[in-house]
Write a protein that binds this ligand. Structure first.
Ligand code: CO
Length: 211
């Protein structure tokens, strides 16, 4: 029986052949450098592959993924990705994309212990507490979970705006839009939440840094 990991290496060889057939200088061109227009902050969930669901190709999207697409301001990994994307690559759009049926959000909604991950889920629970009036009022658990996914994305968009990285880009009039989206794993459609966070004034005054 073919070991499942072998399949990946074989797929890779086939993919290389296919790419070269379509464009003999494909890898040569990509090796010259990247100039992506988008930074994607998404969930690690295997059902939400950033490139496939947006029809983007290698070189088009800088990607950061973690459980429940969180923007945690003490996360050196996320901050490094954000800083490089905004300050060096000068991406034009930062997209936070959550998804309905997110296991991280579901876990955060409950009271079960899951181990170490509880510390990560705490950040999501904090979002619930901020929106508890609206969320608690939704009786249907499924619907409450869907709304929780949405408000979580909205909060992550605001959390991006609270970083000096994004604020300095806005201040320097760098064209940079921050978006909040939710992907529906049931039908494959991405919904734009139209979150308004495009300038310092969209944030609570306490978060607005001076120059
Ligand atoms: Co998820």
């Amino acid at each position: 029986m073919e070991k499942s990991y072998r399949k990946l290496l074989n797929n890779n060889k086939k993919w290389v052949v296919k790419q070269l057939k379509a464009n003999p200088t494909y890898f040569e061109d990509l090796a010259k450098g990247q100039n992506p227009e988008y930074l994607w902050i998404g969930c690690s969930d295997s059902r939400v592959p950033a490139n496939q669901i947006t029809g983007t190709q290698p070189g088009e999207m800088f990607v950061h993924r973690n459980i429940a697409n969180m923007v945690v301001h003490s996360d050196m990994n996320m901050l490094s990705v954000l800083s490089y994307a905004v300050e060096v690559l000068k991406v034009k759009h930062v997209i936070v994309c959550g998804h309905y049926g997110c296991g991280g959000v579901k876990a955060a909604m409950g009271n079960k212990q899951f181990g170490l991950i509880d510390n990560w889920l705490r950040h999501i629970k904090d979002v619930y507490r901020l929106h508890h009036e609206e969320l608690d009022a939704i009786e249907d658990t499924e619907q409450r979970g869907r709304r929780f996914v949405e408000v979580n994305v909205m909060e992550q968009v605001l959390d991006l705006g609270k970083t000096t990285i994004i604020q300095n880009a806005w201040r320097n009039n760098q064209p940079l839009h921050v978006h909040g989206w939710v992907y529906d794993i049931n039908d494959g459609i991405i919904k734009d939440l139209n979150v308004n966070c495009t300038c310092l004034e969209d944030l609570h005054a306490i978060y607005q840094f001076e120059e």
